[in-house]
Design a protein around this ligand. Structure first.
Ligand code: C5P
Length: 231
């Protein structure tokens, strides 16, 4: 299996486009993220196909947030699929409910700290409490770990700080908001290069547009992998 530190976000229109992209990427990529944009386009069917037919690992990025009973029921349903990672928001009641819902399944529950596309101004308009974004991310990560999260989603700019928390021992840190040098930022605001993210303590990086928007997606993925520090 190729280096699974790179997770490619399949933020394309539907399962057919996702499968086409995965076929183009071939053996270069072994881990895929399927998100909300694909939900109505056959995302779960694509997850099944990539896992069962192509042997890929699957990260289902649903970012669930609701009352405990609803989160638990949603995760119980999703845990019937053969998935590797599932995201929920990092609020402790959500993380606890997700862990209940997954039962004994080998599904890692990853808690979203603060979206990498948000900065302090965005948090103000969302009525999030004052303080530096970094401090809030750390607090949310600690709370999520205490509630039983298997890992967190954070900006690579915060990976090293989170990695230094005692509660982060043995936990996964997964970082979107990663851009190879010279790549357009799009709507991401708190970014680093892939190599910096891994060096900072991320276990996996999630990359979307810089791969699937590239003229040669397989070369883009291979270049990212080649830029990572040795394991
Ligand atoms: O195209 P790009 O590389 O920005 O894609 C990043 C992916 O990571 C998107 O699918 C986005 O939904 C996801 N993501 C994120 N920030 C988070 C959690 C997930 O950008 N905090």
């Amino acid at each position: 299996m190729s280096d699974d530190r790179l997770i490619v976000a399949l933020d394309v229109a539907d399962a057919l486009a996702g499968l086409e992209l995965a076929n183009k990427l071939g053996d270069a990529v072994s881990f895929y993220k399927i998100g909300l944009g694909m939900l109505t386009g056959g995302g779960l069917a694509l997850a099944n196909e990539l896992k069962a037919e192509h042997g890929k690992r699957i990260f289902l990025d649903m970012k669930l947030f609701d009352i405990s009973a609803t989160v638990e029921a949603a995760v119980r349903g999703l845990a019937q699929f053969d998935l590797d990672f599932l995201t929920v928001h990092g609020d402790p009641h959500v993380v606890r409910a997700a862990q209940e819902g997954k039962g004994g399944k080998d599904l890692r529950i990853l808690a979203v700290t603060i979206l990498t596309s948000l900065n302090r101004d965005d948090l103000d308009s969302g009525l999030m409490k004052p303080g530096k974004v970094q401090d809030l991310v750390l607090e949310r990560a600690e709370n999520a770990f205490a509630a039983g999260a298997d890992g967190v989603i954070a900006s690579p700019q915060e990976a090293a700080l989170i990695r230094s928390l005692p509660a982060a021992a043995g936990k996964l840190i997964v970082t979107p908001g990663v851009r190879p040098a010279g790549s357009p930022l799009g709507d991401q605001k708190r970014v680093t290069t892939p190599a910096e993210a891994i060096a900072g303590g991320a276990d996996h990086i999630v990359v979307g547009r810089p791969v699937w928007n590239a003229p040669d997606p397989q070369k883009a993925a291979s270049d990212i992998l080649a830029s990572l520090p040795a394991r």
